[in-house]
Design a protein around this ligand. Structure first.
Ligand code: CA2
Length: 144
């Protein structure tokens, strides 16, 4: 099974600023954690991070025929991007939404998740463990 993990804008800055909200570990640490857990589950992972909405839409489209499921943290685009929602609906692959912080307990503008409407599972406020749980969920449900 192949899972695409998508991270949106500014998540490449993890560990560099705002450690109070997002922790001290870096984006490279996150990638290593996901690779290690996926390896243990016998799952192939592709890791993609972009600061650009269009590039995220394009990568979601490219998942058709390439990956079997998607884990996505669209970061700030969560709350604004109907284009990412439409791309997830268009490819219709099983998808899980992840947020490091608990967006339900933050500002009012973070209370809407457009991308989440196309996701069947949500791992919110669990830190990096949310990605591990999302990969586990998709591997258990859809893995060979
Ligand atoms: O909690 C999450 O995972 C978020 O998706 C993170 C986004 C935020 O806009 C969402 O509302 C919730 C922000 C990612 C920015 O990451 C940074 C990392 C280090 C320093 C500054 C920002």
């Amino acid at each position: 099974m192949k899972i695409l993990v998508i991270n949106g804008p500014n998540l490449n800055m993890l560990g560099i600023r705002e450690p109070g909200i997002y922790g001290r570990s870096t984006y490279d640490d996150l990638c290593a954690l996901i690779r290690q857990k996926a390896g243990a589950l016998g799952v192939d992972v592709a890791l993609f991070q972009s600061n650009s909405e269009g590039d995220i839409v394009t990568r979601i489209q490219q998942a058709l025929g390439r990956e079997d499921a998607i884990v996505i943290n669209p970061a700030a685009y969560t709350h604004t991007s109907i284009a990412i929602l439409d791309a997830l609906k268009a490819v219709a692959l099983p998808a899980a939404e992840v947020h490091i912080s608990d967006i339900g307990k933050r500002e009012a503008f973070r209370q809407v998740s457009y991308a989440g409407l196309a996701c069947e599972a949500h791992f919110i406020g669990l830190g990096f463990d949310g990605y591990v749980k999302a990969v586990e969920y998709l591997a258990r449900k859809y893995g060979g």
